[in-house]
Write a protein that binds this ligand. Structure first.
Ligand code: GTP
Ligand code: MG
Length: 320
């Protein structure tokens, strides 16, 4: 039994850039685990990022996101585009089952030799909110042309992924309910491209019309999200979707929107980082003798919660 050698991150990065998948896998584990190693990694790869087109794919559970992702990556690969997939599931702990399910549905991805990685709730404070952008950055830096991030359309992680993506694809299925739900959840506001998947089922054209109506009622910028009909299981509409993604990327470049998006991404990531940092410092400060004294003072009503919070914040800032 040989002890696990601690390879420097810079060496792993060089090996990953040269196409070594195991090295890339280790880097992603560091990104996922967070902490000092993840920060070191982020600092190392940051100058090498910006080349990949980051595509977020979201939508209700079971809408066909993984099947669609598989087909999309297979198609892109056929055009000579190298893709990596990050499958993010905030609802389940990482299990063999989840990975296996994704791998089967993304069979075309695996067959093409594209890189696929699953991420679940495991991770550091702030968890996926920091781990996802960190992992995207690694995949970008090692030279993938397109990084596809699949997430289930619920909750905060959606906002995180949308902020990290250049292009956000929202997937709905035929039936009025799905489009309305997506609208209510605020997903339509995030969308750059809308997909009605399972177009083999009745009602796909109705869904398209419903979405057009919702878009008519939305204040849009220079880009009106195109609506693409797909049947992922039969690889139909995939070429259209691919072309639409390429067109959106072109729009971002030509309209000068890309720097705005990247600034928005930086803002979101920085704010999240500081929030996570402050939360950690606050929890440790409250466990110090001074912190405990503050808790007693509030509990015994010798001071007010807001005065105690101000005192705690001052102590955290003094220590930071
Ligand atoms: N009829 C039909 N079924 C589809 C289509 N696309 C996907 N499915 C099926 O829908 C089911 C869910 O597909 P997935 O690709 O796992 O959907 P998902 O959105 O990734 O699901 P979660 O990640 O669990 O949220 C599977 O049984 C697919 O075979 C389609 O275009 N038509
Ligand atoms: Mg899926």
């Amino acid at each position: 039994m040989s002890p696990r050698v601690d390879v420097p991150i810079a060496d792993l990065f060089e090996r990953a850039r040269a196409g070594e998948r195991r090295a890339l896998g280790r880097l992603l584990s560091y990104a996922e685990a967070g902490g000092a190693r993840a920060d070191e990694l982020t600092d190392l790869v940051h100058p090498h990022t910006g080349g990949a087109h980051v595509v977020g794919i979201t939508g209700a559970p079971g809408a066909g996101k993984s099947t669609l992702t598989g087909q999309l990556v297979a198609h892109a690969d056929g055009t000579g585009m190298r893709c990596a997939v990050l499958a993010v599931d905030p609802s389940s702990p990482l299990s063999g089952g989840a990975i296996l399910g994704d791998r089967i549905r993304m069979d075309p991805v695996v067959r093409q030799g594209a890189f696929i990685r699953s991420m679940a709730t495991r991770g550091h404070g702030g968890g996926l909110s920091l781990a996802v952008p960190a992992a995207i950055r690694v995949l970008d830096a090692v030279g993938y042309d397109r990084v596809v991030v699949e997430t289930v359309g619920v909750g905060q992680i959606e906002i995180d992924v949308a902020s990290a993506a250049d292009t956000v694809v929202v997937v709905v299925t035929p039936g009025w309910g799905d489009a309305v739900q997506a609208n209510k959840a605020g997903l339509l506001e995030l969308a750059d491209v809308l997909v009605v998947n399972k177009a083999d089922r009745p009602g796909a054209d109705d869904s398209r019309r419903d979405l057009e109506l919702m878009l008519d009622l939305t204040v849009l910028g220079a880009w009106r999200p195109p609506i693409v009909l797909t049947t992922a299981t039969e690889a139909r509409g995939i070429g259209d979707l691919h072309d639409t993604l390429v067109a959106h990327r072109g729009f971002l470049d030509e309209s000068g929107t890309l720097p705005d998006r990247r600034r928005r991404r930086a803002r979101h990531e920085l704010v999240t980082r500081v929030e996570v940092l402050l939360a950690r410092l606050t929890r440790s400060e409250v466990a110090t003798p001074d912190g405990l004294a503050l808790l007693d003072a509030v509990a015994e009503r010798r001071t007010t919660p807001s005065a105690a919070a101000d005192a705690l914040l001052a102590a955290v800032i003094a220590r930071a």
